[in-house]
Design a protein around this ligand. Structure first.
Ligand code: NDP
Length: 452
């Protein structure tokens, strides 16, 4: 049977663009891609990239104070959101153009349109045209969800935060995951009086207890008003502000409220059910180890499959898909020991098992140290960092590495290589310290602080 394309990709985010360009550029496949919004997807347009730039912007406030402590005669001025926002969006435009060019230069035909599936080999674009393809790859990502409470429509999500006309004076952030905790730090750093409500006992559920405890403590020290065990019951407009009633009975007014209460896969209205593509409880597309759905010609990668919702993972899944389907080399994306960073202030970098999860699995030793880093301590800050290794008693392998420190994201990328290679505690010990640094503590941890 003759198809218009070898591959039709739905979704121009990190995963879809990578799969399309590698399939076209490296295997000569005839590839098309449809994107209804902006190229680059969540990561580039409304996620990781603008978020990280906002983290950078927000960190300058304390840098000026620290510079003064180091003898610099400089005075902090105000933060100009309008000026920053113009520059931020110009940068996103630049990156979107790069994404479009990557596709073009690799011979991928693009459609600025929404696409849905008509049958196992056919998609229909929003202008009604139909295209056939031997393989279809769904890489439509996800979107933020708000809880179903009265007044929820008054709140923004991470989609809107990059487009605020002006910075609010006061802001409530609801949630305790990556997005809520990162934006609490960003807004606080930009001078917004920031409150965070999290319904559970400690933010960043699932990560190492000691590490997330320190992050939360430092966030509070930095001036964020964190309320644990607290959720929003209802909201309503009151003048220019939003009145919020909390589960603990508190009633407060905020200029802005943001929900960062999780994300859901973009898998509705794609025509999946009629074709027999299975979906899970959260609406995610169910795929096998090779990202293949229940319909053999249809594959899915990235957040729409709700496996590990991180940009580099979607990219790996896209590469593995091309390897499997277009290079004749069946390849499963590897979801084991994924290093990750949470750009809270302070940052957290983590790879492997938390102390709690490791202790459930086998007998362990915990090596950890918490201290005031030189740079900040000199500037008179009380800020502490944490370097922690969770080690198997039996194999001596480092099962988990957890870092809370400025630059933890950069550090964990490198520690992640060692942990992925199966390094033992003694391998860490054999490595000479790089002095004076914070991360040298990872190779000089002499005695376990606990066994479990
Ligand atoms: P998460 O799923 O990480 O966190 C959602 C948070 O909202 C949790 O604290 C959850 O609480 C809470 N929550 C859920 N439902 C409700 C509700 N009805 N009322 C109150 N609170 C609620 O989602 P995020 O939106 O923070 O991030 C989505 C994903 O994006 C992450 O999982 C991550 O994979 C990715 N991401 C990665 C980043 C990075 O790598 N640095 C940065 C940003 C996002 P509970 O814990 O009790 O369930």
């Amino acid at each position: 049977m003759n198809f218009d394309y070898d591959l039709f990709v739905i979704g121009g985010g990190s995963g879809g663009v990578r799969a399309a360009r590698v399939a076209a550029g490296e295997t000569g496949a005839k590839v098309a891609l449809a994107e209804e919004d902006r190229y680059g997807g969540t990561c580039v347009i409304r996620g990781c990239v603008p978020k990280k730039l906002m983290v950078f912007a927000s960190e300058y406030a304390t840098m000026v104070e620290d510079a003064q402590a180091y003898g610099w005669d400089i005075q902090p001025g105000g933060f100009n959101w309008g000026k920053f926002k113009v520059k931020l969006h110009a940068e996103l435009d630049r990156l979107e153009a790069i994404y479009r060019n990557i596709l073009k230069n690799n011979g991928v035909e693009t459609f600025d349109a929404r696409a849905k599936l008509v049958d196992a080999h056919t998609v229909e674009l929003s202008d009604g045209t139909r295209k056939s393809a031997k393989h279809i790859l769904i890489a439509t990502g996800g979107h933020p969800v708000k809880p179903d409470i009265p007044g929820a429509e008054l709140a923004i999500t991470s989609n809107e935060i990059f487009h605020l006309d002006e910075l609010p004076k006061t802001m409530l952030i609801v949630g305790g995951g990556y997005i809520a905790s990162e934006f609490a730090g960003i807004m606080n750093g930009l001078g917004v009086k920031t409150t965070q409500f999290y319904r559970g006992a400690q933010i960043l559920r699932g990560f190492d207890d000691e590490a997330r405890g320190l992050v939360c403590e430092e966030m509070c020290q930095a001036g964020i008003d964190v309320h644990l065990g607290t959720n929003v019951l209802e909201m309503r407009k009151e003048g220019d502000q939003i009145w919020v009633k909390a589960t603990n009975g508190d009633e407060r007014l905020f200029d802005q409220v943001m929900f960062a209460t999780g994300r859901a896969p973009n898998a509705d209205d794609l025509g999946l059910e009629a074709l027999g593509v299975e979906r899970g409880r959260k609406g995610q597309i169910i795929v096998d180890d090779y990202s293949q759905t229940a319909v053999p010609s249809i594959y899915a990668i990235g957040d729409v499959t709700d496996r590990v919702n991180l940009t580099p993972v979607a990219i790996r899944e896209g590469m593995a898909f091309v390897e499997t389907v277009f290079k004749g080399n069946p390849t499963k994306p590897d979801h084991e020991l994924i290093p990750t960073a949470i750009f809270t202030q302070p940052e957290m970098g983590t790879v492997g098992l938390s102390e709690e999860d490791a202790a459930e699995q086998e007998p362990i030793e915990v090596y950890a140290t918490s201290f005031k880093p030189m740079q900040q301590s000199f500037a008179g800050r009380a800020q502490r960092v944490l370097m922690k290794l969770v080690v198997s008693k039996a194999s001596r392998k480092v099962l988990g590495c957890h870092i809370v420190a400025p630059g933890a994201g950069e550090m964990i990328q490198l520690a992640g290589i060692a942990v992925k290679m199966g390094a033992t505690k003694e391998d860490f010990d054999r490595t000479v310290a790089v002095h004076p640094t914070m991360s040298e503590e990872l190779v000089t941890l002499k005695r376990p602080v606990r066994s479990a």
